[in-house]
Structure formats: C-alpha cells, structure tokens
Design a protein around this ligand. Structure first.
Ligand code: DAH
Length: 353
C-alpha cells in the first residue's frame, strides 16, 4: 500500500456521514484535489521516471474511488435506517380515497344540445344575466303592459339612481331572447365598421334565466337555450325541419313533432313545439296529461318589429327563433318529476348521471 493510500484510508475511517464523505471525495478526486496535485508533479520529474509515476497515481485513483463508493453505500443505508426508525411509515394504513366528481345533468344535456347545433353549423353566443329593460322586453316587442313584465315574474334590480322610468330599469333576464337583439346589433355595428355582411346569422345562446316563481315545476333560476337563424329566404318550413331534426337526435328518430299556433310578442307567426310523449308513446299518461303530446319549446318567425328595432331590412331578410328550457328536456330524458332536485346538491341524486 502506498503512503497516499494509507493516508486516505485513515481519513476515510473517520468519516461517519454522507456529507463528510462528499467533502472527502472532493478533497481527493476534485479538480484541485490530492490526485490532481500528484499529477502536477509529473513535469518536474526526470523523463524516465514519469511513466511509472503516472501509472502509480492511476492505481491510487482507482483504489480511492472504489473505497469511496463502498463507504458511501454503507453510510447511505445507515442513514435511511436511522431516518425510518425516527419517523416510521405505517404502510398498512389505508390511503386517501378521492371520490371522483361527475357532471350535473343540466351540464350533460346542455353539452348534448350544443353539440347537435354546432354540428349543424350554429355558433355559440352569450349575453349578460343582469339585463336592461330594453333588451329583455322593449326591443323584443314586449310592450309596457305585457303580463310578462309583471312584478310576479320578473326580478327587478334596485334602481340606485332613483329613476322611475322603465328605460333605465335593470332586471335579471327572464329569458335568453335578449341575446337575439344583442347579437343582431353587434352585427350591425361590425357591418358599419368594416363592411361585413349582416346575415347569415345562425347561433344558439345558452344560459341562466330568472323568474320569481317556485314549485315542483318552476325554479327561480333555470336554464334556457335560445336559437336564431336569419338569412335571405328563411321559411317556416326551415324552422320545422330544423327542430324536428334536433328533437329526433335528442329523443330518438321515431319521435313525432308538431307545431301548434301560439303567441310570442317577438315572433309572428308563433308556435308551440310539441313532441310525442316520451313516456306513453302517445297513448296518454300522467306526464302528458292524457294528450299524448308534450310541449317542449316556443318558436316562430322573427317579428318584423324586432328586425326594425335592430335596423335589419325586413324586405331583404327573414328568420326564425326558438327557445327551450334545459331542465325540461333533462327531466323528460331522465324522468325527473321535481325541478328542485337539480339544485339541492344531494349527491344521491347527482351520482345517478
Ligand atoms: N323567450 C320565450 C320564453 O322564455 C321562449 C321563446 C319562444 C323563445 C319563442 C323564442 C321564440 O326565441 O321564438 O318563454
């Protein structure tokens, strides 16, 4: 054993931690370490001594590295054992179970509705839930004395300015129809700014709506999907074809669809859209009140007054609109008979979807 090896072993014996070992390793094998120092002696030696000296330094290096490695292993094992005995890990304890979440039935049905309309070339639009009287009523041709404005149905936002006039009133939107007005207006402004054509317009607008109403079939907040199509030569037949196609994708290709004359201030003519009762297949049951039909949405041709309110040329364009309640569709799909179940947050209900 060389003197260098002997000196190293003595130092190694005194090392009892991996930290001290790191220090020793760097002192011997590091860039400015003992071994490098040995090699630096080479140029000073007589040429015939150099080969043997170099060889010896190499042997020392191999020896030192091997011992360092062995000692490191011993120390690491010892340190891990010490750590574990201080902080024991009980591997028999049960782990933390993370309950997976799920999508709410309203979210599931909305996603399905959205996908169907997007596949038919519709885009998605949104509007504010706190809406002005103008967009929620006025522009949609809902006159000042219309029953839909009744305090019973509409949540009014407190008018802090103290003004009594209707124009400055704000409400929680009672339907998604105001998005029709907002999108058509936006198009007019874009058209004025950069000459883009007004129609074609083809979008749906899903979102929350609010009404002062609460029982098994009414909730103060619920969801609607509005739809609007405006172009040249849009007809009532286009409306019927679209809604039939839509309902058959949601409820099955066999489901019959019919349109019944109705009234909405913002469409003319207006229709109530019925589909064959999902439960009794038309035979008549409790859900369809014996009629065999279920009312599923409102629709109609855009009233010329609405077009005029947003500055569309009624001689050039026509269009149709429709609006449906998402909870209603979900209730029919899943056979849910109390709308309040959607908002109670009862996991036993929600886990079923
Ligand atoms: N806004 C109506 C409501 O909330 C639903 C509706 C009916 C929307 C006919 C429409 C429509 O776009 O054409 O009861």
């Amino acid at each position: 054993m060389t003197a260098l090896q002997e000196l190293f072993l003595k130092e190694l014996e005194a090392v009892t931690s991996t930290a001290a070992l790191r220090e020793l390793r760097s002192r011997y094998t590091g860039k400015n370490g003992v071994l490098t120092g040995e090699l630096k002696k080479l140029p000073a030696l007589a040429p015939h001594e150099r080969a043997a000296f170099g060889k010896q330094v190499n042997i020392d290096k191999v020896f030192i590295e091997k011992r360092l490695k062995e000692h490191e292993q011993v120390l690491t094992t010892k340190e891990i054992k010490a750590k574990l005995s201080k902080n024991p890990v009980d591997i028999t304890l049960p782990g933390y179970y993370k309950k997976p979440g799920g999508r709410h039935p309203v979210t599931i049905v909305l996603a399905e509705i959205t996908e169907i309309f997007v596949s038919m070339g519709f885009s998605i639009e949104e509007g504010p839930e706190v809406e002005s009287d103008y967009y929620n009523f006025e522009a949609l041709n809902i006159p000042i004395n219309h029953p839909a404005r009744d305090m019973q149905d509409t949540f009014y936002i407190e008018n802090t300015a103290g003004s009594q006039s209707n124009e400055s009133a704000f409400v929680l939107r009672t339907h998604t129809s105001p998005v029709q007005i907002r999108v058509m207006e936006k198009r007019v402004n874009e058209s004025r700014a950069n000459g883009t054509p007004l129609p074609p317009l083809r979008f749906i607008a899903p979102g929350k709506v609010y009404r002062c109403d609460s029982d098994v079939s009414h909730s103060p907040m619920f969801h609607q999907v509005e739809g609007l199509v405006v172009d040249k030569n849009i007809s009532f037949a286009n409306l019927k074809g679209l809604l039939e196609g839509f309902l058959q994708r949601v409820f099955g290709p066999e489901v019959p669809v019919r349109l019944r004359p109705s009234f909405f201030p913002f469409t003319e003519p207006s229709a109530e859209v019925d589909m064959g009762c999902y439960f009794c297949k038309g035979a008549g049951c409790r859900v369809c009140k014996g009629t065999g039909w279920i009312e599923i949405m409102g629709a109609g041709m855009v009233d010329p007054r609405v077009f005029r309110n947003v500055g569309y040329d009624t001689g050039k364009y026509s269009g149709f609109a429709f609006g449906m309640g998402i909870e209603r569709i979900a209730s029919l799909k899943y056979g849910i008979d109390d709308i309040r179940l959607y908002y109670d947050g009862d996991l036993r209900f929600l886990r079923q979807f």
